[in-house]
Design a protein. Structure first.
Lengths: 94, 506
């Protein structure tokens, strides 16, 4: 059992290292940001309200949204592009 | 007139009188007349000198006046120049103020100021009042009508040392009928390997179904209490210490997603090796040797694209399996759904666990379910009411929930011996706790509950929740003592409870 767990762990780390890393928001072009903002505006009321009332971007500072979106990304297993869109949308209102 | 000049005038007049008077008196004496003339001349000369002095003084004053007037003009010019410069400077400052740094620039400045390691405190706090009218005891379990105020504070600290690591920890501090209690609800690291893989390690809510992870925070749960299968008679353990691998991806259009969660943990644990024993908390699991690790998996599927405008539907399936004692297994599985369309929301879960028992004991099977419906009245306008009242109505959300649990038996020691601090949904005894009425009916092997709710949203995360519970347990099942003796559960007390809670998510 221990060897199986170790194998799974090593395989996970190897897969993770090979995969494309998460792209930071400051690497986006203005056109990409505008597109993500439009997508975020659609996703925000639907994704957030699925579990709790959607909270306006103005409630938190941009750096706080950086952390909260990581927390929500984990809880909701939100796809990567949707995470970026929501983050751009929320930070634009803060 | 100065005294000096007055004296000269007097002297001159006296001279004139001296000249005129002797002529009238005697015109024959020339010597005195010449003296008078001399005196007059002297007086005239004096007057002429005084006049010259005055003229010089006037000239001097006029010159001074010219100088002052020139200086005044110069000062005026300087003042006007200064005013002009000041106006220019103010204009420049206004331009600078109006051209303030953009949000992103300001954000970047704050980020630099805060440094790369940042903290955020979120979480929730709430105060609630519970009135529980307990009509009768279940066999062998006492009853007493309760009413009390309770408080709970659950700060969540998020620590982000870099953009691919997050630490989160939730502390729970509560003031209940049995005293104050603290609890470490979750504490885990989240390592974002890439877009589709996140490793979570530590103490976490059980990722089984939707409730423990996503619905248990007090400001997120639409009701004050948890549905029965996630309350005092959990079907699967509410928390776990271990490691997860999870992620999600889009398989179709935007909104059409699939996500997965797999995990390994310390495994299940029970208070006693008897049927119906209470689930152990993660700390009890860590303290007790459970002989094996447990494995869990969950898939969630989202079939509706966002642009279809027919809402968001989530369909999920979960399993959790591990040996709880020697070679005896706990196996469990469940399905869940969640549908949101505009102001309407429906969610529900069905879950079941099967526990092998040692020796000749019958297996410990448990089932649980709930169905919850809610509607936010934000589009309801009653024309006969003023706008202020309609605005209040828009903030209301009526709710209804039906939940139930079926167990073969419940360990009687777990009810009578519970301390009243119900961290993580562990049995809390027959006294109210935060979000728990403490009704004996909740502990019936075949408990059923209809909950009616009315929430009033002051802000998206500030809510006043009201709940009315009708406990409708069914007869059947057994109470099991620690020595294994059993007694059938026959009576079905229909308790009523009212819970009102003010909650802030921050």
């Amino acid at each position: 059992m221990k060897s199986l767990l170790l194998t799974i762990l090593l395989a996970t780390v190897a897969l993770g290292a090979m995969a494309r890393p998460v792209r930071a928001q400051d690497q986006m072009t203005p056109a990409e940001k505008r597109q993500l903002f439009r997508e975020g505006a659609k996703l925000w009321p639907l994704y957030c309200n699925t579990c709790h009332n959607a909270r306006p971007g103005a409630e938190k500072a941009p750096y706080e949204w950086d952390e909260i979106i990581m927390h929500m990304r984990t809880l909701g297993n939100v796809p990567p592009n949707d995470v970026r869109a929501l983050l751009v949308y929320l930070k634009s209102g803060s | 007139m100065s005294r000096h000049r007055l004296r000269n005038v007097v002297v001159a007049l006296a001279g004139l009188l001296a000249i005129g008077w002797p002529q009238l008196a005697s015109g024959e004496d020339p010597a005195p007349r010449s003296r008078e003339i001399a005196a007059i001349r002297k007086a005239v000369k004096q007057l002429q000198e005084d006049r010259e002095k005055d003229r010089l003084l006037i000239d001097k004053l006029l010159n001074r006046l010219d100088t002052v007037e020139t200086e005044n003009k110069s000062l005026k010019a300087s003042n006007e120049q200064l005013q002009g410069q000041t106006a220019q400077q103010i204009g420049a400052l206004q331009t600078k103020v109006e051209a303030a740094p953009s949000t992103s620039d300001f954000s970047e400045a704050v980020r630099r100021y805060l440094g790369s390691h940042t903290f955020t405190v979120t979480g929730a706090a709430g105060v609630d009042f519970i009135y529980d009218r307990q009509t009768a005891a279940i066999d062998g379990v006492s009853n007493e009508t309760e009413n009390t105020f309770l408080l709970d504070w659950e700060p969540m600290v998020l620590y982000r040392p870099t953009d691919w690591i997050l630490f989160e920890g939730v502390l729970s501090g509560s003031f209940g009928a049995a005293g104050t209690g603290t609890d470490l609800s979750t504490a885990d690291f989240q390592i974002f390997l890439n877009d589709y893989m996140t490793v979570v390690g530590g103490l976490f809510d059980q990722p089984f179904g939707d409730w423990y992870e996503n619905q248990s925070p007090m400001w997120v749960n639409r009701f004050v209490t948890a549905p029965l299968p996630f309350g005092v008679e959990p079907v699967v353990p509410p928390g776990e210490v271990g490691i997860q691998l999870r992620g999600g991806f889009q398989w179709g259009e935007m909104g059409q997603d699939l996500d997965y969660t797999t995990w390994v943990g310390n495994g299940p644990n029970f208070s006693e090796p008897v049927t119906g024993a209470a689930m152990g908390s993660p700390t009890a699991i860590a303290f007790s040797q459970t002989h094996s690790k447990a494995f869990g998996g969950r898939l969630r599927f989202y079939p509706l694209p966002v642009d279809s405008n027919i809402g968001r539907l989530e369909l999920g399936a979960s399993t959790y399996d591990g040996k709880w004692l020697d070679g005896d297994w706990l196996t469990s599985w469940g399905v869940d759904f969640n549908y949101l369309w505009g102001n309407f929301q429906a969610r529900g879960e069905w879950l079941e666990s099967y526990r092998q028992m040692p020796a000749a004991l019958a297996s410990d099977n448990r089932q649980g379910w709930y169905l919850q419906l809610g509607y936010i009245l934000s589009d309801v306008n009653l024309p006969f009411l003023p706008d202020t009242l309609n605005d209040r109505i828009h903030r209301l959300q009526p709710l209804v929930r039906y939940s139930g649990v079926n167990q073969r038996a419940v360990a009687i020691d777990d009810i009578s011996g519970a301390t009243g601090v119900g961290g993580g949904g562990i049995q809390a005894g027959l006294i109210p706790d935060f979000g728990l009425s403490g009704s004996p009916a909740l502990y019936a092997p075949h408990s059923r509950e209809v909950a009616l709710g009315l929430d009033y949203y002051i802000a998206p995360s500030i809510v006043w929740q009201n709940e009315f519970d009708l406990e409708l347990p069914r007869a059947g099942g057994l109470f099991v003592a620690s020595d294994g003796t059993t007694s059938p559960v026959g009576s079905t007390p229909n308790d009523r409870a009212f819970l009102s809670q003010f909650t802030v998510g921050f």
